[in-house]
Design a protein. Structure first.
Length: 216
């Protein structure tokens, strides 16, 4: 009787492991299919320009800071992130490095000078319009929703990202090449929700606007 119970227990464990394995494969297939769909939709995109509203919740202060701005993305690797007054600051992410400008001055530096977000700058650019498959080596990916677009959730595995960022989330537009929302959850409890307005595709962008200030 004990032997029969032992064997039945092994069979039950084996069944549970099999179900778990199937579930993991199903999730992997779901993520793979979603990434492939978005990649196909983004394949011919050259530029994306969109207004946005950014709301940053400061965990320790239990308060929120709202900003309006404009995103300009020139693929494959140039992002201009402009916050309108009263913030009045513009950031650049380029192959040369990271830069910012305010009414009082401007500065450029390598990505290491971007502080705690230096490790995730390239990943944010990928979320907004790049090849999402590049994130698979550094993040655990899942698809929480397919309602009116695809929502991709990314939890960092890479240590240099995980120590600062708890998760990233991107929700595409229904045509999949645009982005409707990005959410950044930080380890310190801060949370940024960025909601995009109408995204213009393949508009002409002055190359001078995409050049970060030179490193000092």
């Amino acid at each position: 009787m004990q032997r029969r119970s032992f064997l039945m227990g092994l069979a039950a464990c084996g069944g549970a492991l099999s179900i778990g394995s199937h579930a993991r494969r199903a999730r992997a297939d779901e993520v793979g299919d979603a990434l492939a769909e978005i990649t196909r939709a983004r394949a011919s995109v050259k530029t994306l320009v969109a207004p946005f509203t950014q709301e940053r919740s400061i965990g320790l202060l239990a308060t929120a800071v709202k900003s309006d701005g404009e995103m300009t993305l020139v693929l494959p690797d140039r992002l201009r992130w402009e916050l309108k007054p009263p913030d009045a600051i513009t950031y650049w992410i380029t192959p040369e490095g990271f830069g910012f400008a305010t009414p009082k001055g401007a500065a450029g530096a390598g990505r290491g000078a971007a502080g705690r977000f230096g490790a995730v700058l390239s990943d944010l650019l990928v979320l907004l319009g790049g090849d999402l498959g590049k994130l698979r080596a550094r993040y655990d990916l899942s698809i929480p929703s397919r309602a009116d677009g695809i929502t991709l959730a990314a939890r960092p595995r890479a240590e240099e990202v995980a120590k600062h960022v708890r998760s990233l989330e991107m929700t595409s537009g229904p045509e999949l090449w645009s982005v409707r929302r990005v959410v950044i959850e930080e380890r310190n409890g801060d949370r940024s929700v960025i909601a995009f307005g109408k995204v213009a595709r393949d508009v002409s962008v002055d190359p001078a606007r995409m050049k970060a200030p030179k490193q000092g």
